[in-house]
Design a binder for this molecule. Sequence first.
Ligand SMILES: Cc1ncc(COP(=O)(O)O)c(C=O)c1O
Length: 379
Amino acid sequence: MQNRIHLSIAHLSGRELKYIQEAFDTNWVTTVGHNLDAFEQDLETYLGNQSHALALNSGTAAIHLGLALLGVEPEDEVICQSFTYTASTNPIYYLGAKPVFVDSEPDTWNMSPEFLEKAIEDRIKKTGKKPKVIIVVHLYGMPAKMDEIRKIARKYEIAILEDAAEALGSMYKGIHCGTFGDIAAISFNGNKIITTSGGGVLLSRNEDYVKQARFLATQARDAAPHYQHSHVGYNYRMSNVLAGIGRGQMEVLSQRVEQRRKINQFYQNHLSDREGITFQTEPSPDFYSNYWITSIAVDPLKTGDITREDLRLALETANIESRPLWKPMHLQPVFRDHPYYGNGVSEQLFKNGLCLPSGSILTEQDLARVVENIRKVIV
Ligand SMILES: Cc1ncc(COP(=O)(O)O)c(C=O)c1O
């Protein structure tokens, strides 16, 4: 059996160890320290757009705190892109609020501005209340249609929580994803474009939000010599040791973006001649994806009845990991009783879509093996 080709695994640079050593040498083996300050500074410099950063122990924690800071309370409704990973939606529940799901549009596979507006109008009509927040996601690194979405958010005065968990290094109209929302979240989980093994960051151009997030993420301790609390807090801060991994990873982030984009180009070059395979691609030069995961849709009507599941199983037999696209949240048993606005785009993508191995650690030989096996199945 040939070696296993994974979808997306950690790709360390070797530069992480010196920062981890620094944490050990200075004995800052806790949730405070120089690595944390420097990692946050590195992120702010990289992302620009006057963004402020707070490193946390997961992207999910960043979404949870973000929603809390944007005022989400029990029984509020929160609009969420349906085509996403469950971590975009779960924090709505943590706060006792209720999700309202919005479908994707076919260009970016992200939130449909048309159905976003329909959803807002209909929720106001049905409940007499505006949804509190819009959670928009840049899926697999592809920026959502932010101009259109922000226009609607402004019109109805609803805050945006930007889930950029998968989109570090992606840009829309030359501006980094993660700097558009009133608050944004990025993930450094082990499968992401850079990693801290597990971790995330909350971002905002509003420094007050970041100050409040720091307070809440460290158990909401009041200013007093003893431990006094007037708010319920969380233990969400990143470890200074793991921030050391983040510093080492930031040194190669631009390289990693280039590598993932090259992988996407390789797949496009070698598979675009195959009838029935379409790629998630940048709809115009306004969109710049980090191509965290190269994703395709397989149309069995054009492949001679070969489905994405046939393809996935054939790759698995060749010891190559691939994965169906995210199952939309409105189809998940746990969320099925909540409103959904759309016309089936995300359902169709889920039915036909496949994520291909995309880790920057993959060699050209690995990629050639993936392509060869796909071309054997879809001829
Ligand atoms: C779209 C999306 N949102 C949120 C998250 C949550 O990030 P984390 O795993 O760091 O909690 C992830 C990744 O895992 C994700 O892919």
